[in-house]
Design a protein around this ligand. Structure first.
Ligand SMILES: Cc1cc2nc3c(=O)[nH]c(=O)nc-3n(C[C@H](O)[C@H](O)[C@H](O)COP(=O)(O)OP(=O)(O)OC[C@H]3O[C@@H](n4cnc5c(N)ncnc54)[C@H](O)[C@@H]3O)c2cc1C
Length: 317
């Protein structure tokens, strides 16, 4: 079976969950070959990739790759597309992943599909658009299919691959060195999972009522090991930081479970969460549009419903 390149997302040497999802997806369509770009590679990282089916692991661990913004990773992948002729290239549909995918498509004269939520036989990708109202199935018809897949679209399943390592050296063009990263400041990270990667997201909207009341949303999130999100009405009001806004002009999330509390379900909010596997809404207005989308709905005051839910979850742990 043909090789499918999977660009590895890693932080501090640890492979991120989305990569295990992409390897699982790649396994159903061909032979996964992981591509490690940048420093931090270790035997443990390779073992993890092999555990989830990587047959080959291309390791390009030069510091150059992460010293410049995005372009080197696209050049590395373009080099591998030319030398390994893979059947497809999969990247995570993060902001960086999508930029890499676009650049790679230009370099290899190939088609690109972004924000896929599934990928099947013949590399036909599923995308969910217009607030979840339309499902699109599309296929790349030119060059090597390059597909950016949203985190949490596939459940990662382990199945061992050979994990044969191959060192790769990249010769970066001057163009790839155009924008150098001069400093990195680590953001204080709380105990909660990253919003776009979390399997469960609990979001609050205008119905939460104030910044202080967001502790109700945080309480439920912490009982479930979830990330906290917010509608734009809540972030614009200054109740929660903008980096947690979900929607068209915020983050796109695709968790297994999305709980929307005090959120009406405007199309711009839906655009960022409609591909969640299960949607639960708590809203005091039975006519709120979010109920059209929700799998489970509770009509009630979130200040009564959410703390009870938190207590029940905590009791059952
Ligand atoms: C170009 C553009 C981009 C946008 N991008 C985004 C985006 O990225 N993300 C986003 O979210 N929005 C975005 N918006 C804004 C969007 O149109 C909505 O205004 C916004 O999503 C509304 O947020 P909300 O649902 O929290 O507030 P509302 O629409 O005011 O809804 C509040 C809901 O809370 C319920 N409620 C009130 N009190 C309680 C209570 N005590 N218990 C239970 N329920 C209660 C109400 O019944 C109501 O349904 C964008 C708009 C534009 C024009």
């Amino acid at each position: 079976m043909s090789e499918i390149l999977v660009l590895v997302e890693h932080v501090d040497g640890e492979v991120k969950k989305v990569t295990l999802e992409l390897l699982t997806l790649a396994r159903s369509l061909g032979t996964p070959a992981a591509v490690w770009a940048g420093p931090g590679h270790s035997a443990a990282a390779s073992a993890k990739l092999a555990e989830y089916g990587a047959d080959k692991i291309y390791v390009a661990d030069s510091a150059d790759i992460v010293d410049y913004v995005v372009a080197p990773k696209a050049e590395l992948l373009a080099q591998l597309v030319s030398s390994a002729s893979p059947a497809a290239v999969l990247v995570a549909a993060t902001a960086e992943g999508k930029e890499i995918a676009g650049r790679l498509a230009v370099k290899t004269d190939s088609g690109v599909i972004t924000d896929a939520v599934g990928l099947g036989e013949g590399f036909i990708a599923d995308q969910s658009i217009f607030g979840g109202g339309v499902n699109v199935h599309s296929r790349v018809t030119k060059g090597t299919p390059i597909v950016a897949v949203r985190p949490n679209s596939t459940a990662p399943v382990a199945s061992a691959g050979a994990g044969t390592e191959e060192q790769v050296s990249v010769s970066l063009s001057d163009a790839a060195r155009a924008a150098k990263i001069v400093d990195r400041v680590k953001q204080e990270k709380g105990a909660r999972p990253e919003l776009t990667e979390a399997a469960i997201v609990v979001s609050g909207g205008r119905g939460v009522g104030s910044a202080e009341n967001f502790s109700v949303i945080e309480g439920l999130a912490d009982s479930l090991g979830a990330a906290v999100g917010a509608s734009r009405a809540a972030t614009d009001a200054g109740w929660y930081p903008h980096q947690f806004q979900v929607g068209q002009t915020g983050k796109t999330v695709s968790p297994q479970l999305y709980i929307a509390a005090g959120i009406s379900g405007a199309i711009q909010h839906r655009a960022g969460m409609q591909t969640a596997k299960t949607i639960v809404a708590v809203n005091k207005d039975p006519e709120a549009p979010i109920f059209e989308l929700a799998d489970y709905g509770v009509v009630g005051d979130l200040h009564q419903v959410v703390p009870q839910l938190t207590d029940e979850v905590t009791k059952r742990k």
